[in-house]
Design a binder for this molecule. Sequence first.
Ligand code: HEC
Length: 129
Amino acid sequence: MPGFIAGALLFLSFLFVQASMFSGQNVSEEDVIVYPEEVKTIIDRSCYSCHNSKSKGVKGKTAFNFDKLDKKKSLKQIGKLGKIIKKIEADKMPPKKHIEENADAALSANDKKILIDWANDQTKMLMNN
Ligand code: HEC
């Protein structure tokens, strides 16, 4: 009975599609921003001291906190990544005053490129989920 077999196959493939859609959803819920080693090194050196939960500077950690980024909804994460790009492109972060006191916190042209490329990649990753 080919009709029956075709029907069964259709039903099975339907289940399969459902199952893969479901597992796709699971993956997206667990997807978090990834920090490759070279990105982490730059952030640790130039950003993290102000933008972490234990920072003494309330203004910096309230505006943006790397420790809390993964707990935010994708849309918010995308927003923050966009702000990172803007601040870096405008040479607003790290703040000038901070660089005057900590010369090694300054971002080189290559550091900026690495951070901006990373933020763009993570944005794409979050948008595809
Ligand atoms: C000396 C402390 C300090 C350092 C270092 C620092 N920031 Fe900031 N950052 C602040 C403060 C204070 C604010 C809030 C005021 C403002 O927006 O200018 C801020 C704001 C921001 C914002 C804006 C968040 C929003 O939603 O408006 C982003 C994004 C940001 N910083 C990213 C970075 C990145 C990326 C680095 C490293 C390249 C960095 N910061 C280094 C102090 C710092």
